[in-house]
Design a protein around this ligand. Structure first.
Ligand code: NAP
Length: 267
């Protein structure tokens, strides 16, 4: 039977690539966007969803129930970036960031689970980041929101395994999408003790995304997870050195790893 896959944030970037690829393989795909009317050229249906609003999430699931009878896979992909020194980042902006990157995906999981439990099967794939496993300088808020999603996925996995539901995280490295242009950037304040360091790392991090890999790699990885019977808790997909950094973090003395990371960001 055809599987139904829900991909959040399917209007652009990784989500669009995942949804388009799965649709082309014959999966029934439902995508989401805050403004679906702006993306009428997509080959799969796009429903309205704003992860920062519980009311929007409730409305979305009410609409979804009129369109599908089963939900086999939830790909919690939608997310945003945030930059700024930990000392200076605007806390309201950081709270809003957590709403989209952590509480929103969690609310999606809470509403998807009853559907999956009643079917006795399902898969939840949470898109995190390689930055979820290490505090990235001037992106501490982003690492924290993705790290929180990564940890709660570990707990969830153990809680739902007996209902036939598999959970994993997929941590992408850098991929060429529009994420940098949509990030919340804490303004670089003149005279701030972080001014020069922040400016340097902003230029470096945006270059990394622009030079990132093709999102189709992530789409193919998701296809593989859907086809696999059992999933590991965590997967990383991306440029070799970025995947290697996860192993180095485990193996190297902490001070040495920190020096490598600082060099990478020109600090
Ligand atoms: N690109 C990378 O290098 C990279 C690396 C690591 C992790 N990631 C993660 O991969 C995921 C996809 O990122 P991307 O690079 O594809 O970025 P993107 O091109 O900016 O796409 C982000 C998607 O999220 C949706 N979105 C944003 N805010 C939302 C909200 N409040 N409610 C619902 N949907 C929202 C957007 O849809 P609308 O604007 O249409 O609502 C859009 O479809 C994110 O979770 C990101 O953190 C990306």
């Amino acid at each position: 039977m055809q599987q139904t896959v829900l991909v959040t944030g399917a209007s652009s970037g990784l989500g669009k690539s995942i949804a388009t690829h799965l649709h082309s393989l014959g999966y029934t795909v439902i995508g989401t966007s805050r403004s679906p009317h702006n993306y009428s050229d997509l080959p799969f249906p796009l429903l309205a969803l704003d992860l920062s609003s519980q009311a929007s999430i409730d409305l979305f699931f009410a609409e979804l129930a009129t369109k599908i009878t089963q939900l086999d896979v939830l790909v919690n992909n939608a997310g945003v970036g945030i930059t700024g020194a930990v000392e200076e980042v605007n806390l309201n902006a950081l709270r809003a960031h957590f709403d989209t990157n952590f509480f929103g995906p969690l609310a999606m999981i809470q509403q998807a689970l009853p559907l999956m439990r009643s079917a006795g099967s399902g898969k939840i794939i949470n898109i995190t980041s390689i930055g979820a496993s290490m505090g990235l300088p001037f992106r501490g808020g982003y690492s924290a929101s993705k790290g929180a999603l990564q940890l709660i996925s570990e707990a969830l996995r153990m809680e739902v395994a007996e209902f036939g539901i598999e959970v994993c995280t997929l941590a992408p490295g850098d991929y060429a999408t529009d994420i940098a242009s949509r990030r919340y950037y804490e303004p670089n304040k003149k005279g701030s003790p972080y001014e020069a360091m922040y400016q340097d790392s902003l230029s470096t991090m945006d270059e990394h995304v622009d030079e990132g890999n093709d999102p189709i790699e992530i789409a193919r990885a998701v296809e593989g997870f859907i086809q696999r019977k059992k999933l590991r808790p965590h997967y990383a997909v991306g440029p070799f050195m970025q995947r290697l950094s996860l192993t180095l973090k485990k193996l190297l003395p902490q001070k040495v790893f920190e020096r490598l990371l600082k060099n990478h960001y020109n600090l």
